[in-house]
Design a protein around this ligand. Structure first.
Ligand code: ADP
Ligand code: MG
Length: 315
């Protein structure tokens, strides 16, 4: 099977099955065409997953499809955006129809779950790499950025952290079964779209946690020019290997929960339906950097750059 047969047999049907109303033209032309409603800003982001770097060798194709789209859509969630359409750049060592079908089934499941349609792509030969560019919309001027945190704001996350890191440990060395229950956290990340959208106009800053809480909250602090204090006991965790669960929550990536800052006044006025889904973990203050506060009140300053960086070793 050649490139164009592959597109026609597998990707065109995926596009047809997942198309959303604003997509005026899908795959098949030089560009796709998407109508952006008046009063909306277009937000977009691209994510690349390389075999052996972002997912294990011999990783299941359907899980990869879900994961590739989920992690890209998570950036839309972090901006408070609604998903619209995506393009897919796929680099394959060779065409194995069964494998690509598996990938397409995972993509389709995720596309339908997140309400985002395939609008086009590019298919090339080389080391296995999957790149997804997602497009979404937000009401004009309302995107959640990283740079709006202010002293006095509260810091919250949308769910338990560290599960994906526990899963990765198990995938690395499957012997220790304590981490096995957390495999789903890695295999099937769920972007927090609804919460992201609900937090528009409420959160002063937001980010999705892809590289660990310490690193990603650090991005908010840097972008906003403020400092943060986090109470370690209040961080919701997936209990993998118990003694390392705090480290997994702080430094392990791939959880795709959101971390947001909310002005204290706003927090007090939030409906219970929303606060029930937010875990308050600390607050913003003047200064620089992130401090961890233990239950006995002692504080530890974290060095910047404690998350994952492709070109540096862990600090
Ligand atoms: P061009 O040479 O103009 O870049 P291509 O030959 O790369 O066009 O692609 C032909 C058409 O097929 C384009 O509309 C493109 O969006 C679509 N396409 C290619 N690969 C994929 C894919 N993996 N998924 C969806 N659409 C694809
Ligand atoms: Mg092309």
């Amino acid at each position: 099977m050649g490139e164009f047969e592959l597109i026609g047999r597998l990707f065109q049907p995926l596009a047809d099955a997942t198309r959303t109303p604003g997509t005026l033209l899908g795959p098949g032309d030089d560009c796709a065409i998407q109508r952006v409603p008046a009063g909306q800003d277009l937000v977009f982001s691209v994510d690349t997953l390389v075999e052996g770097v972002h997912f294990p060798f011999q990783y299941d194709a359907a899980l990869l499809g879900w994961r590739a789209l989920a992690v890209a859509v998570s950036d839309l969630a972090a901006m408070g955006a609604e998903p619209v359409c995506y393009t897919l750049a796929l680099t394959l060592p060779e065409i194995q129809e069964a494998w690509v079908s598996g990938l397409v089934s995972g993509l389709q499941e995720a596309s339908l779950a997140f309400g985002i349609g395939l609008a086009g792509g590019d298919t090339t030969r080389g080391p296995l790499t999957i790149t997804v560019q997602v497009h979404g919309t937000v009401p004009t001027g309302q995107a959640l950025r990283r740079n709006g945190a202010q002293p006095g704001d509260l810091i919250a996350v949308t769910g338990p952290l560290g599960g994906a890191a526990a899963a990765l440990k198990w995938l690395d060395s499957p012997g220790d079964d304590t981490n096995r229950p957390f495999l789903e956290c890695y295999h099937r990340p769920v972007p927090q779209l609804v919460l992201g959208q609900k937090l528009r106009g409420i959160a002063s800053a937001g980010i999705d946690i892809s590289d660990g809480l310490a690193a990603d909250l650090g991005h908010i602090l840097n972008a906003s020019g403020v400092a943060g204090v986090v109470q370690t006991d209040s961080i919701p965790r997936q209990y993998g290997t118990v003694e390392s669960s705090l480290a997994q929550a702080l430094y392990g990536g791939d959880d795709y929960q959101l971390c947001v800052t909310v002005p204290a006044q706003q927090w007090n006025e939030l409906p219970e339906t929303l606060t029930r889904q937010l875990y308050r973990i600390g607050h913003i203050c003047e200064g620089k950097g992130l401090q961890l506060e233990r239950s006995d009140g002692t504080r530890e300053s974290l060095a910047p750059g404690t998350g994952y960086d492709h070109f540096r070793t862990r600090g």
